[in-house]
Write a protein that binds this ligand. Sequence first.
Ligand code: PXL
Length: 270
Amino acid sequence: MIFNTLTIAGVDPSGGAGILADVKTMSALGTYACAVVAALTAQNTKGVSGVQPVAPEFVRQQIDTLFDDVHIDSVKIGMLGQEPVTRMVAERLAYWMPDHIVLDPVMVAKSGDVLLDKPAIATLREALIPLSTVITPNLPEAGVLLGEREADSLKQMYRVAERLRKLMDHHRTVWVMLKGGHLPGNDTVDLLTDGDRMIELPGKRVDTANTHGTGCTLSAALCALIPGTGDVPQAARLAKAYIETAIARSGELNVGHGHGPVHHFHALWS
Ligand code: PXL
């Protein structure tokens, strides 16, 4: 059984982040990847030089035309850019209601460029998070979603994960995967909670500059692995193993002079 996955996100022409990274990840992990373009960027591995919105009405047309024909098993949401697009995506996903929605609340690029406007944050919290089955914020994004200071310890991360989970109290089985990579130290911990269980997912920090698109890649991997495993904690462990190897083997690629991409096809290319 080959599952169909969909990314709704922005385009990074350098292919390290956004839709291109998602499609590579979803393909590398054995799913058939579809993509709806929600925003355009001009960028390379050094930074974003421009952002161009896509008309919300055309985002609607892409989503409706696709879902009208193709059964989508799992959706990942990344960069949406502006509030009207965010609202439209929430409205159309509420209509089509795919089984799994992984929301990566992308706000700022590694280079510091803004990828989501301020009015979209409330819409994300009120319209899109309640539809999602997993959200994957990093610590700065979690702080913005909660309107709080960024967590700076594992103890605070536990509280933040619990508070984020409370934003998701509705009929779905929903998980928060809070990424702890912004805390200092060589060992990193992500937290995964569904309100009952709180699972620590440990990781090792890899010393490399090739970190462009790691968040995109992780959430796309999660999206691809959930239908097959049927289990979010198991999918999260596998997704972390995938991104860790992709980062560790990024040195095999030779792309640009800034923060390079990770090696999405490490298991296929020898
Ligand atoms: O990693 C966040 C991100 C998401 N989506 C797009 C991006 C970036 C970062 O640069 O360009 C399109």
